[in-house]
Design a binder for this molecule. Structure first.
Ligand code: PEP
Ligand code: MN
Length: 356
């Protein structure tokens, strides 16, 4: 629920309400306040997280200094658009890119489209060239998998720690922040050791609650991929595990779902960009490679995602797709192809999204 206090309520009275809420076991977050009509009203709003029931709402509603109690239903409150009243931005720090003159990247409302491009699986031979190519073409982040979730145990599983090391070395050369998928809570320390800038949780771990909790606790930005066999409600609730750890840096990524009657690798879920942008305040990224799974579809699907309101686009690139260890068939391989795509996606965002 959200509590709005009367303007001018003394701090002591507000603190008494908060103490009662904490007694009940709720987490209270002062909202520096963007609800309410006038500047005076805006500053006195609390977000209350927990298993809030009608009797709690009624009891708090009866306190003199409480102007109104707003129930939040459906979407978890941490992600809900009603929490701030507008869509959020997340800052992706770039401590390792400073030398190369690259600053932090901001993703979300009012910001330019953010492109995350890199190899599906990190390899020793081509990752540097591929990530440089992505940067030269206009990408803001490099993605690269060191731990790969594979359907078959006989398939290549990623270079693991060596892959993270390579990724960090390549980052030092290229200067862009990196995003990499973590599969297991046991690897958290490794991801911290190599200071991976954005932790990705994959579709196969969409309801791995222990992993989501631990990843949330790191405080790092998290790219949460929706579950390919989960309802949207289940995925939003799972993503809430990350934010419930006090981590406000969640980015929600769509990547297609299992479906029927589609000819691509997954059934696209582009329409969810539109739906979610009216429900959640989180930045929304669309993965154009894993949804379609086909190189020839990347440009057009990216056009649709950018025009539809995605705040970011994620894609696979590789300078020598036939040597790619995973997913070469869906990778964009040249700057000549990628640069105009990215430029066009950015134009489409500018045309359709208000930029602040
Ligand atoms: C990936 O991004 O490399 C990946 C495996 O994605 P997903 O979890 O969406 O399949
Ligand atoms: Mn891939």
């Amino acid at each position: 629920m959200i509590i709005q206090y009367f303007t001018g309520t003394p701090d002591g009275e507000i603190e008494a309400v908060r103490a009662k809420l904490r007694d009940w076991g709720f987490r209270v977050q002062f909202n520096p306040g963007e609800l309410g009509a006038s500047p005076e009203e805006r500053i006195q709003v609390d977000n209350v997280f927990g298993n809030v029931k009608d009797e709690h709402r009624v009891s708090i509603g009866e306190v003199d200094c409480v102007k109104q109690v707003i129930p939040v239903e459906g979407v978890p409150q941490n992600l809900s658009l009603v929490r701030r009243g507008h869509r959020a931005t997340v800052t992706l720090p770039n401590p390792h890119g400073m030398k190369a003159g690259q600053g932090p990247v901001e993703i979300g409302a009012g910001r330019p489209l953010v492109v995350m491009a890199g190899v599906c699986a990190v390899d020793a031979e081509y990752t540097l060239a591929s990530h440089r190519m992505a940067k030269d073409a206009g990408a803001d982040l490099n993605r690269g998998g060191a731990f790969k979730p594979r359907t078959s145990p006989y398939d290549f599983q990623g270079l693991k720690e060596d892959g993270l090391k390579l990724l960090a070395e390549v980052r030092a050369e290229v200067g862009l922040p990196i995003v990499s998928e973590i599969l297991d809570v046991r690897d958290i320390d490794l991801f911290m050791k190599y200071d991976v800038d954005v932790l990705q949780t994959g579709t196969r771990n969409a309801q791995n609650f222990e992993l989501l909790i631990e990843v949330g606790r790191t405080g790092k930005p998290v790219l949460y991929k929706r579950g390919f066999s989960n309802t949207m409600d289940e995925s939003l609730k799972a993503a809430n595990y990350v934010m419930e750890q006090g981590n406000d840096n969640l980015i929600f990524c769509l990547r297609g779902v299992k479906g029927i009657g589609h000819s691509f690798r997954n059934q696209g879920d582009l329409d969810e960009i539109v739906s979610l942008s009216h429900l959640i305040d989180r930045p929304i990224v669309y993965d154009v490679s894993h949804s379609a799974g086909r190189k020839s579809a990347v440009r057009a699907i990216g056009d649709m995602a950018a025009a539809g309101g995605a705040d970011g686009i994620l894609l696979d690139v590789h300078v020598s797709p036939r040597h790619a260890l995973v997913d070469g068939f869906q990778a964009i391989d040249t700057e000549a192809e990628l640069a105009p795509m990215i430029a066009r996606w950015r134009q489409l965002r500018e045309l359709t999204q208000p930029v602040g």
